[in-house]
Design a protein around this ligand. Structure first.
Ligand code: SAM
Length: 281
C-alpha cells in the first residue's frame, strides 16, 4: 500500500537541500558536452501547487522554499536555485508552484541528455506522465524505481546521475536502497549516485550508513541539514543527501552554502549542518 504523497511535503527544508544538491550535480555534469543519463527512481509528480489542500494542510513549504523567496544577497548557488523556482512561478512575484526533482532536472537538461522517471503510485503516475509528455528526451514509466538500477545501468552514455528518493514509509526502503546501490554500482561504478534520507530516528540512519560502508564502495559524501536536534519522538528532525562519486567541488560548495541555509531556514539556531566523508577516496 502506497500512502505517501509528496504533495504534502513539497518545498519543505528537505526538498530545498535535496534539490540544491541535485542542481549542483547536474550543473557539474554539464561541464562536458557529452550527454548524460538522469535516472529519478522515485519521481513523484514533478510539479506541485503550494495552494493545494495537501500543501496548505501541513504548511511545510513555509519552513522551506518560502523562507528563501524574498531573500536578497543570497550565495550565488542558492540564488540560482531560487531563480529556477521563480521561473516556474511566472517570474516570481508570488510563490504558488514548486518543482519536484524531475522538473528541476528537466529545466536543466540539454537536448543531448536523457532522463528516465519512475513512479509507482496509481494516482501520482498519470500526473507525472502528463507533466513530462512534451519532453522528447524524458521518459516516464510506472515501475519500481529500485529495479531500474539493475534494468537500465550502465547507460549507453557512460555518464549519469541516479537520484534515489524513496518515502521510507516502509522500513524495507532502508535495505532496498543499499541493495539497489550495490546492483547499480556493480554495473556502473563511475556513475554519480545521490540518495536522500530522513532523520526520524538517528539509529535507523546510522544503520543505513553502516550498511553502505560495508558495501566497500568508496568516495561517499554525506551532507545533512537539521532543523531540530535529534529526538526519540516521531517526526523528521533533519534530512540529508548521500552522494557517491560526488563532483569534486560539491564538498566545498556545500560547506559554503549550508551556514547560510541553516541561518535562513532555522533562525532559532537549533539543529545544525554537516558535510563529511562516510568513505573517502
Ligand atoms: N523525488 C521527488 C522530488 O524530489 O520531487 C519526491 C519523491 S517522494 C519522496 C517518493 C515517491 O516515491 C512517492 O511519490 C511514492 O509514490 C514513490 N514510490 C514509493 N515506492 C516506490 C517504488 N518502489 N518505485 C517508484 N516509486 C515509488
Amino acid at each position: 500500500m502506497l500512502s505517501y504523497r509528496h504533495s504534502f511535503h513539497a518545498g519543505n527544508h528537505a526538498d530545498v537541500l535535496k534539490h540544491l544538491v541535485l542542481m549542483l550535480i547536474i550543473e557539474n555534469l554539464k561541464q562536458k558536452d557529452k550527454g548524460f543519463y538522469y535516472l529519478d527512481t522515485h519521481a513523484g509528480v514533478g510539479r506541485y501547487r503550494l495552494f493545494s489542500n495537501e500543501s496548505e494542510k501541513t504548511g511545510e513549504y513555509k519552513e522551506g522554499i518560502a523562507k528563501l523567496w524574498e531573500q536578497k544577497n543570497m550565495p550565488t548557488v542558492v540564488a540560482d536555485y531560487v531563480k529556477l523556482i521563480k521561473k516556474l512561478n511566472y517570474g516570481g512575484k508570488e510563490l504558488r508552484y514548486y518543482a519536484g526533482s524531475p522538473l528541476i532536472a528537466a529545466m536543466l537538461l540539454r537536448p543531448q541528455d536523457r532522463a528516465l522517471l519512475t513512479e509507482l503510485h496509481p494516482t501520482d503516475y498519470p500526473l507525472l506522465r502528463n507533466n513530462f509528455k512534451q519532453f522528447d528526451n524524458i521518459l516516464t514509466k510506472r515501475d519500481d524505481g529500485f529495479q531500474q538500477l539493475k534494468a537500465t545501468l550502465p547507460p549507453k552514455e557512460r555518464r549519469g546521475l541516479i537520484l534515489i528518493d524513496p518515502p521510507y514509509e516502509l522500513k524495507e526502503d532502508y535495505e532496498l536502497v543499499i541493495k539497489a546501490i550495490e546492483e547499480g554500482y556493480k554495473r556502473f561504478a563511475t556513475g554519480v549516485y545521490a540518495i536522500w534520507y530522513p532523520v526520524v530516528l538517528r539509529q535507523q540512519t546510522k544503520r543505513m550508513i553502516n550498511a553502505l560502508k560495508n558495501t566497500g564502495i568508496r568516495k561517499i559524501l554525506q551532507i545533512e541539514l537539521a532543523v531540530r536536534p535529534d529526538s526519540e519522538q516521531r517526526g523528521m528532525t533533519a534530512s540529508g543527501m548521500i552522494v557517491i562519486n560526488p563532483p569534486w567541488v560539491l564538498e566545498k560548495q556545500m560547506n559554503e552554502i549550508l551556514p547560510y541555509l541553516h541561518r535562513t531556514l532555522v533562525p532559532e539556531a537549533i539543529g545544525g549542518w554537516s558535510v563529511k566523508w562516510i568513505v573517502s577516496e
